[in-house]
Design a protein around this ligand. Sequence first.
Ligand SMILES: [Zn+2]
Length: 216
Amino acid sequence: MVAKPEGIELVVPPTISEARALAFLHKHRDWAERKLSEMRSTTAQSGPAQRLENGSTVPFQGREVPLVIREHTGRRTHIQYDGHFLVSVPAGTENQPHLARNALFNWTKLWIRDQAGFIIQRHAVRFGLYPRQIRVKRMSSRWGSCGPRNDINLNWLLAFAPPAVLEYVVVHELCHIRHRNHSADFWALVARHLPAYSGERQWLRQNGAALLRRFE
Ligand SMILES: [Zn+2]
């Protein structure tokens, strides 16, 4: 029996009946599931983090878009987006990937704040769930959080997930204004805002670990 990231492969000699093979699999199910989840998490962790270099791509809104880095004569780093990201860095600077990452972070912070504003306008009014403020941060293991005073924090990497995933995380945190837990009532409230939210949860389960480690 071999565990691979895509599943468990059981090689059965022709003399063994299918019923016996399935019984064997059933007996070792815990082992198989444990192996599988260990393997999936190391696969996600071991992917090399990406250096943001000229000509690389970033998954803005879940779709890979080009990143262009060029040198300019100014002393500051600028970034603009127009179907691709264009980062202008001072000529001769070392560590362009680091400057590009910071520029992308700063740009993304404002972008997510705007997007979250639109999402909140659409959803908050329904059940009166208004956050005090929205902050966008670097977070190493979470996508969002809602503090005791209804300050919502969002992970900057949500800019690199499909728009529906960003919407789901914002709605999830809005619903924590009403329910400070993950009770059945909480999930029912999420579903009243976003009936198909399980697809976005699933996306995060499958792709979240890799995205958290995407950039160096
Ligand atoms: Zn939650």
